[in-house]
Design a protein around this ligand. Structure first.
Ligand code: IVH
Length: 668
């Protein structure tokens, strides 16, 4: 074949494959068999492998493995606004009034859509080819997530030509994970000892913001396009017309959009979906009402954040009623006893719920919760369920009040009830339940970050007597671990390595890991920033500690009480001897003018692939920088690893420069 005919064949194959992908993934009407599709794809792959110079990013072979551009901020063609919310369909009358007041004597038609619960994105097409995808960010600038969006099969890499064809087109849509698939992803994450996603939104955002697009490709992501952002040379009068055009161009549109000429019909739509939302396989958190005429939209205009021509009516939280079968008592890390309701298994928002915390005894009394009561169980977007009401009128007489016991249910020691605190505590420092929770806390991500040391292993280590306090972890040997159930040689070695590398954890994390009551991660950081070492803190007076802005008497007293205990002093000595970092490493490189780190405050989010977060912190500090746990105006850089969290959004909001792991490593 001549070079030209190869080029033509490649182009022909791409057109055919894109057409069949659309038929299969978007229209749900495949015209060829899977084998025929695979053959086309194989032929294209073969030709491209032989002619790498002819590979283009919009080729269907290029969906996975594209180079990441995460961390780059890109401008949106048009600002990406958010929506005003209402929480009851009746409030839509007020919206309608406002709209009509601005459009006197004009008929108003509305488009109603489902509000998909996922991640909003903008897709840019040039000459019909997908060139860039970005998150919403601050509305003006978003984060470039092109490589990851390309892996989503329902995002066309090439558009179906229409007449006239816009040369530049920006559309907006919502990336989501269908409910069943989210359950599967979470089951897999739990099996791999990773925290499950709290809700569909986090799952979508976490998957689109990964640094490795091959991981995104394995996530069951989908998209619905909900609006046309910008299209040159296109004249359209209505939003619903734009949606038809988008469907013609090959985008995946939600089939439940409707047009209405009265607000009553809009309210009927809203009520219908409030009850029917479980019948569709993806999560929605409300409906969106939009004035259909684009000319009327223009007259109505926008406020700084949201259009006056659209509104979201949020669905109420999912609620079910179920029975409290029993109340159990859990003993926490600091000995606090927490009542937990054991429920008749209830299906709520796609999950089976069997437990719900009742927080503390005062809450139990205030709500008059009794064993045997029927209760209202609620889950909003999130995974953690709440008991929001007790159905006292359904009592039959056999329900039993419950009070926390006078003895710890695990070690039998008498509990202490303080007057000012709601808490009831087991004060036995040797209580095995407290010890287990304490070790779990010590090993957790924000503390010593010992990978692989989860609750099941902690249980075995304590029950078999290998670990009696956290310092014992540093004396563990391969042969001790070999005797544990389900512990292979490799896992034992990994665990010992993880324990050893935890010795590099910076002192504020060690301090947090010690589990001093009222000393959370932020307070620990403030304390180390001020005192520079755990020893200096241990020697400090209440006044010294209270002199730190943001730290009050309760925290200071808790710290003093903690360090005064001989048992604690002995434990700290052993931890220090084990090699844990007790003090801030002197600012070796601080002040060197070529160091971007000197005097700068960094925040880390997401996981890094070439180093642990504590290694990264250490390196920053060695170079004279500071590491903070939360993003604020004072943050100079955010370092974003894989699956960055809310800090990322906050950094975008505050316009704080973001470094990818690669950029960070280079600067090191
Ligand atoms: S329209 C100016 N329509 O909800 C109008 N948004 O706070 C912009 N969303 O960021 C939004 N489904 O990511 C619109 N059918 C829908 C939507 C939708 C989900 C998201 C979107 C936006 C957020 C609104």
């Amino acid at each position: 074949m001549s070079n030209n005919s190869i080029k033509n064949r490649i182009e022909e194959l791409r057109e055919q494959i894109c057409y069949h992908e659309r038929k299969y993934f978007i229209n749900d009407q495949p015209e060829i068999s899977d084998q025929e599709y695979d053959q086309l794809m194989k032929e294209l792959e073969r030709l491209e492998a032989a002619h790498p110079e002819l590979v283009t990013p919009d080729s269907p072979t290029q969906r996975v493995g594209g180079e990441t551009t995460l961390g780059t901020s890109v401008p949106h063609r048009e600002q990406m606004l958010s929506l005003d919310n209402t929480y009851s369909p009746d409030e839509l009358y007020d919206f309608d009034q406002r709209v009509r007041k601005a459009l006197p004597d004009q008929p108003v038609a509305y488009a109603t859509e489902l509000k998909i619960d996922g991640l909003g994105v903008a897709l840019l097409y040039e000459d019909g080819k997908f060139v860039r995808g970005a998150t919403r960010g601050d509305g003006e600038y978003g984060e470039d997530v092109t490589a990851n969006l390309r892996t989503i099969r329902t995002i066309p890499l090439r558009l179906t030509p229409v007449q006239p064809m816009p040369t530049v087109l920006e559309v907006r849509g919502e990336v989501f994970i269908p409910r069943d698939q989210l359950t599967e992803v979470n089951q897999q994450r739990t099996a791999e000892d990773q925290a499950p996603f709290a809700n569909a939104r986090n799952a979508a955002a976490g998957s689109v913001r990964l640094l490795d697009s091959t991981i995104t490709a394995a996530r069951p992501l989908d998209i619905f396009i909900y609006t046309l952002g910008y299209a040159d040379g296109i004249k359209i009068a209505k939003h619903t017309e734009a949606l038809t055009l988008l469907a013609d161009l090959g985008f995946k549109m939600n089939p439940h959009t409707e047009a209405h000429s009265s607000i009553e019909d809009v309210i009927t739509y809203c009520r219908k979906w409030t009850t029917n939302r479980e019948t569709i396989p993806y999560d929605t958190d409300g409906i969106v009402v939009k004035v259909d005429s684009l000319q009327q939209q223009e007259i109505l205009g926008t406020t700084a954040k949201s259009p006056r021509w659209a509104i979201a009516c949020k669905f109420p939280a999912h609620q079910v009623t179920t029975r409290i079968e029993a109340i159990e008592v859990q003993v926490g890390r600091t000995g606090v006893l927490t009542p937990v309701a054991i429920l008749s298994p209830a299906q709520v928002a796609g999950a089976t719920v069997t437990h719900a915390t009742l927080h503390n005894e005062q809450e139990l009394i205030r709500k008059d919760v009794r064993v045997g009561d029927m209760v209202v169980l609620e889950r909003s977007g999130d995974v953690i369920p709440k008991i929001t009401a007790v159905l006292t009128d359904q009592r039959k007489g056999g329900e039993k009040t419950f009070r926390l016991p006078n003895h710890c249910p695990v070690c039998e020691t008498s509990v202490q009830r303080s007057e000012d605190e709601a808490a009831v505590r087991c004060v036995n420092v040797g209580c095995p339940a407290q010890l287990k929770r304490h070790i779990e806390h010590f090993a957790s991500r924000n503390a010593l970050n010992i990978d692989g040391l989860g609750p099941a292993l902690v249980e075995q280590l304590v029950e078999d007597g290998w670990v009696r306090d956290v310092a014992d972890l540093y004396a563990l040997k391969q042969e001790n671990l070999a005797s544990l159930e389900r512990m292979g040689e490799k896992s034992a070695e990994n665990l010992l390595n993880a324990i050893e590398s935890s010795c590099n954890t910076p002192p504020e994390k060690v301090l947090f890991g010690l589990g001093i009551p009222h000393v959370g991660a932020n307070v620990a950081e403030l304390l180390i920033d001020h005192f520079s070492s755990i020893d200096a803190l241990a020697d400090a007076s209440t006044e010294d500690i209270e002199s730190i802005h943001g730290i009050g008497t309760q925290i200071a007293e808790s710290i003093l009480y903690f360090f005064a205990q001989p048992r604690v002093q002995e434990l700290l000595k052993r931890l220090k001897d084990a090699g844990l970092q007790w003090a801030v490493v002197p600012d070796k490189l601080a002040g060197t003018s070529d160091s971007i780190f000197a005097g700068k405050t960094f925040v880390l989010t997401g996981s890094l692939s070439t180093m642990t977060r504590s290694d990264a912190s250490k390196k920053i500090k060695e170079r004279g920088g500071k590491v903070s746990s939360s993003v604020s105006q004072n943050t100079d850089y955010l370092i974003a690893g894989e699956a960055p969290g809310a800090k990322y959004d906050r950094a975008i909001e505050l316009d704080i420069p973001i470094l990818t792991e690669e950029a960070f490593s280079e600067k090191l």
